[in-house]
Design a protein around this ligand. Structure first.
Ligand code: ADP
Ligand SMILES: O=P(O)(O)O[C@H]1O[C@H](CO)[C@@H](O[C@H]2O[C@H](CO)[C@@H](O)[C@H](O)[C@H]2O)[C@H](O)[C@H]1O
Length: 443
């Protein structure tokens, strides 16, 4: 018997913030796996539903639901259900599902020994996000993943790697996870340490940029510190050679050629779409293509390593005078296999630099006066990064290659941002478009 009323599901999904398919007509929905949890004070089911569209690929979603005569009731609205879900992970329980198995995982790390209050206070996080997050006892945060993808979840994999194989601690540590094994296999939920009173780097930087005059010395020192943290993250990600998913690999000419070709390919479609709203962008095509072409001709040096993959100011937290890096899931528009590819760490550096430009553009659009913000911020961040990565095997060996790769990856990120904004925040497309227009001739 299916735990969800399938006839009501299409309408229900269309009203959920996390449902990505609102714009497309649904052909059918089905439950591909489910498990019922009825041992605690809240009986509910975890159902994996597949949504087939009239056009395009099917998608899978996780629905924690309670039986209800009125239709579909989200179990995550009930404190008892949330506690039961968390306990499943904490107690590492394993339960058969209709076509596989649900497995709770709790890491046996120092952080995993965390003591939690009993009864456990529960608070739903009310932020705009693509998943659902819940804070327990102000000490741990459970993220219930809504849209499920096949394959190894990069956030789960990276979190486990950092917690168990490295000494990198500038991240809210992964504590546990809930996994569905079998045909519909996927990571269903993740538990991390909760960072109290944290401000995300985006809000933090905007506040500083909004202040009149020059950026303060202490803020620029914080940006240098952020650069150091990212450098240390790259050292940690490159530190293990006995795990094929993480072992650094030499950067080859064919990697550079492949990345260059991929940027050129993305450019074709992206600029065509962008030129519908910004006519002058098409005139820049040749100049921009040159940046991408040059990447293919860099003399290969350095390594490919696992990287954060979607690094921007919204992926770092500022708490108690420290930077913490989080959200290792990679770019949402790419599939898990692409997100887990090893890359040059310069790609992360480029991502963060793009974020400073977004912050500058945002404060200018708000009507703040121009000021020397962007260049000092970039310089401070790069200084910090280079300070801790000097001579690192994963970086290009010479300055010229460093510069060419950085510009090519900034271009790649800019094109990604154009596509992201066209789809999600059309008013903001001008931010990456203006930056593309400003990009200098390659030297
Ligand atoms: N460990 C944490 N400690 C404190 N706040 C967090 C933590 N993890 C996430 N958050 C907050 O929750 C928000 C959403 O988290 P995120 O992992 O980015 O979810 P999603 O993948 O659904 O976007 C973040 O922007 C941040 O403000
Ligand atoms: O946070 P996500 O992992 O969902 O990342 C996506 O959304 C980001 C926006 O929230 C987007 O980032 C872009 O906008 C940011 C300002 O809002 C800016 O700081 C980033 O530099 C810029 O790329 C990100 O690209 C997208 O993957």
């Amino acid at each position: 018997m299916t735990p969800v009323d399938l006839t009501k599901l299409p309408e229900y999904l269309k009203h959920q913030r996390w449902f990505a398919g609102k714009a497309w007509p649904i052909k059918s929905v089905s439950v591909v796996d489910h498990v019922t949890l009825d041992s605690g004070p809240c009986a509910f089911s975890l159902a994996v539903v597949e949504v087939a569209y009239e056009l395009g690929h099917p998608e899978r979603y996780l629905l924690p639901v309670k039986p209800s005569a009125e239709g579909i009731q989200d179990a995550l609205e009930e404190v008892d259900c949330l506690r039961s879900l968390f306990q499943l992970i904490r107690e590492q329980r394993s339960m058969p599902s209709s076509s596989g198995r649900v497995q709770g995982e709790w890491l046996s790390t120092q952080d995993g020994l965390i003591a939690l209050p009993d009864p456990l206070p529960v608070r739903r996080l009310m932020v705009e996000q693509s998943n659902t997050s819940v804070v327990f006892g102000e000490k741990v945060i459970l993220k219930i993943i809504r849209r499920l993808e096949a394959g190894v979840n990069p956030e789960h994999e990276m979190g486990r790697f950092l917690a168990t194989r490295t000494s990198f601690r500038s991240t809210p540590m992964l504590l546990g996870a809930l996994t569905l094994e079998g045909n519909a296999g996927a990571t269903l939920a993740l538990v991390h340490r909760f960072v109290p009173n944290a401000v995300d780097g985006w809000k933090y930087t905007l506040e500083q940029f909004r202040r009149a005059g020059e950026l303060t010395g202490p803020f620029l020192e914080e940006m240098r510190e952020l650069g150091r943290r990212i450098g240390q993250l790259h050292h940690a990600l490159a530190s293990v050679s006995d795990d094929p998913a993480f072992a650094p690999e030499p950067l080859l000419q064919e990697d550079l050629q492949r990345w260059s070709a991929s940027i050129l390919g993305e450019m074709g479609k992206t600029l065509a779409d962008a030129s519908r709203v910004h006519v002058d962008i098409d005139n820049q095509r040749e100049r921009l293509m040159d940046h991408a072409r040059r990447l293919a001709h860099v003399t290969p040096s350095g390594q490919k390593i696992r990287i954060h993959g979607d690094l921007h100011l919204g992926q770092v937290l500022r708490s108690e005078g420290q930077w913490l890096i989080f959200d290792f899931e990679g770019e949402p528009a790419r599939n898990f296999t692409q997100r887990r590819e090893k890359y040059s760490p310069m790609r992360d550096v480029a991502g963060m630099l793009r974020s400073f430009d977004y912050a500058e553009a945002t404060v200018m659009l708000e009507g703040n006066s121009p000021g020397p913000r962007l260049a000092p911020c970039r310089e401070a961040f790069l200084e910090g990064y280079r300070e801790v990565t000097r001579g690192a095997a994963f970086l290009p060996a010479d300055e010229a290659s460093f510069g060419t790769m950085l510009r090519a990856f900034e271009l790649e990120k800019l094109l990604y941002e154009v596509r992201y904004e066209l789809q999600n925040r059309p008013d903001w497309v001008r931010i990456p478009v203006q930056a593309l227009l400003r990009m200098e001739e390659p030297t």
